[in-house]
Design a protein around this ligand. Structure first.
Ligand code: WT7
Length: 630
């Protein structure tokens, strides 16, 4: 390609922040990393919003552009560090006027717009606990998170409020204030408008002393069973956000950075807001959904230097083909492209190399880790398909699992660490600054994430990985039943719970099937109660399934609801009554289910799944599928 030389030159002129991996690991010290932060004035502690905004203003960089917001319908708006510092300060002052106290939870359900940044950073200044929630969720997952967090404040848009929250308001007694974007004229009953709140609040908000151990962020994540888990992170996590933004994303002064993650998920907070802003760079924020031509235009027109995206998006670009306008444009600035969230296949790494002029660098982390833990660094040769190597300051171990996937324990209750090239569950030596400090209200679930070995306590990630003899880590599988669809983590239980709320559904099993773009799709098998099918639809299960599908989409949102629902006479279960989701999956895919007698506690009921031919949008022989994309 004609621009390869330009790109090589531009890339070569910026030296990587991490030049020598081994040397950086040896020299690394979290205390040195902490010294890169400013700290609140007069030794008043550590506050994420100060590090992200006010610090730069205090040091004379207030005129630097913090956000470059690209509107859905076109248009471009730049906001400086000084402006964002002031607006977020006004939001903090507004919360104070509303008597919202430090430690109270502020849930933010918003698109990628300025108000989101003002609310998140303002709430952090007020020392509230910020909980971003995905705006594509339906009313049920949103209400669940508002309830579990006992949120005192919700920040959202008038439209999202009307469609997803208003009818559930009565179930949310802890929710004292709903603040909606815009002015008073568009604010629904029972809400406060954000614009007048900001205008009426004083400028010059002074952040009160903040401890690095004060809770700052709450991110809900899903497990196999039970309600979503609220992972709590502290203000001191900003050290990890900052250091990883420098070492992995390789952020330098003057960079333009584009993190495509939605702010409703942890990547959108750690690297779509906090990490880059602590480095003083300009963040590109695109309000619109993924569109290949639009994305190529953004990379070129906005002169993006560093790009952080996800495998599901990369696969979408790959599938769109090479005729998409803009793919062949010069991108002399683009220095680094990184990926996170799911396995990044070697062909995706190579596609980047061929069509963007640089490979994708995979990174690994989780909601619980708060920041990147494993990465292919810019200066390190990539092994396509590998997640890379642990960050300086992070020690990983592989923990032995038995044939059934359970952890091996010594009589003393320790787990067993494996040496050298091996396969096991990925574990991280505690602590590190962005480690989650609790699952809200669920101390037992939190405690179950940790185990002792070799004189240390290890966080057990739930991911099975392979380590090669050079220490590169390769993703193998998750040890549980959670589903990653389009990069979003969905707990099967949360979906099953909504399905069985439908009057015709007696039982439901939810599982993942592979998909070339989304990575995985959510599918379900339900057992219907015969008399209800008779009463509702004169015995036609297809009609009932359509109503179950409509129910699921209405309550869960299209991105969480199953894409296909099948009917069965009963569900396969262990003797103890747990649904064998992976048997449902194996049956649908025609895979061997494995020797269940050794895997499970004994007898497995053999409910037959009525499959039949299933087509998008069609209902045939007891199966329904929806054609909607997530
Ligand atoms: C799970 C965590 C990653 C932060 C945002 C999502 C999977 C993550 C990779 C990767 C293969 C990956 C793991 C992990 N995952 N990165 N590079 N290769 N799998 O955080 O929603 O808590 O999801 O995402 O299974 O446990 P999350």
């Amino acid at each position: 390609m004609h621009h390869t030389t330009d790109q090589t030159v531009a890339r070569a002129t910026v030296a990587p922040n991490l030049v020598d991996y081994e040397a950086a690991r040896t020299a690394f010290d979290w205390a040195d990393a902490r010294a890169l932060l400013a700290g609140l004035p007069d030794g008043a502690g550590c506050n994420i919003a100060w590090e992200a905004l006010d610090r730069h203003v205090a040091e004379g960089r207030g005129g630097q552009v913090a956000l470059r917001l690209l509107g859905r319908a076109g248009g471009r708006r730049e906001v400086t560090y000084a402006e964002l510092a002031e607006q977020s300060g006004r939001f903090a002052a507004g919360l104070e006027q509303l008597q919202v106290a430090a430690g109270e939870v502020v849930v933010v359900v918003c698109g990628r717009q300025l108000d989101l940044f003002v609310a998140v950073l303002g709430a952090l200044k007020r020392r509230c606990v910020v909980c971003p929630v995905f705006s594509a969720f339906g009313p049920e997952p949103i209400a669940t998170r508002l309830q579990l967090s006992s949120a005192a404040v919700l920040v959202t848009t008038p439209d999202l409020y009307r469609r997803k929250v208003a009818e559930r308001r009565g179930d949310l007694p802890a929710l004292r204030h709903v603040i909606v974007t815009g002015d008073a004229a568009t604010a629904p009953d029972g809400t406060l408008a954000l614009d007048p709140l900001l205008a009426g609040a004083p400028a010059g908000y002074r952040i009160a002393p903040t401890s690095a151990d004060d809770p700052a962020l709450l991110h809900f994540t899903s497990g196999t069973t039970g309600t979503p888990k609220g992972a709590v992170h502290v203000h001191g996590a900003v050290v990890a956000h900052h250091v990883t933004a420098r070492l992995v994303l390789d952020l330098h002064d003057g960079d333009v950075v584009w993190c495509t993650a939605d702010p409703g998920w942890v990547t959108g907070t750690s690297y779509g807001i906090i990490g880059p802003l602590t480095c003083g760079v300009t963040l590109v924020v695109d309000e619109a959904e993924i569109d290949p031509a639009r994305w190529y235009a953004i990379l070129a027109d906005e002169a993006v230097d560093v790009w952080y995206t996800a495998p599901t998006a990369i696969r979408m670009l790959m599938r769109a083909g090479t005729d998409v306008p803009g793919l062949d444009r010069p991108r002399p600035h683009l220095r680094l492209a990184c990926s996170v969230g799911e396995p990044l296949a070697p062909d995706a790494v190579e596609w980047g190399e061929r069509h963007l002029g640089l490979p994708f660098h995979d990174t690994w982390w989780q909601t619980e880790t708060g920041g990147i833990m494993v990465a292919n660094f810019r200066s390190m040769p990539i092994r396509p398909g590998s997640m890379g190597r642990p960050l300086p300051g992070i020690e990983v171990a592989l923990v032995a699992c038995d044939d059934e996937g359970d952890l091996v324990r010594t009589p003393a209750g320790e787990v067993v660490l494996l040496d050298g090239a091996a396969q096991g569950m990925l574990a991280l030596r505690t602590p590190w600054p962005s480690m989650f400090r609790s699952y809200l209200g669920a101390p037992d679930r939190y405690a179950a994430c940790f185990a002792p070995a070799a004189g240390a306590t290890w966080y057990l990630s739930g991911d099975v990985v392979r380590r090669d003899r050079d220490g590169y880590l390769w993703f193998v599988a998750r040890a549980d039943d959670v589903i990653k669809t389009s990069g979003h983590l969905i707990g099967p239980f949360e979906v099953e719970r909504v399905l069985v709320e439908h009057e015709a559904v007696a039982e439901a099993g939810v599982y993942a099937v592979p998909d070339p773009v989304a990575g995985a799709l959510v599918h379900a098998v339900v057992v219907l109660t015969t008399d209800t099918v008779e009463r509702l639809a004169g015995g036609d299960p297809g009609e009932v399934l359509r109503s179950v599908m409509a129910h699921a989409r209405r309550h869960l949102g299209a991105s969480v609801a199953p894409r296909q629902i099948l009917v069965a006479d009963d569900l396969p279960k262990t003797r103890s009554g747990k649904i064998l989701r992976r048997v449902l999956r194996a049956r649908e895919l025609g895979l061997p289910v494995g020797d269940l007698s050794t895997l499970e506690t004994g007898a497995v009921q053999t409910g037959a799944v009525q499959t039949g031919a299933v087509q998008s949008g069609a209902v045939q022989s007891g199966a329904v599928e929806t054609g909607a994309r997530p």
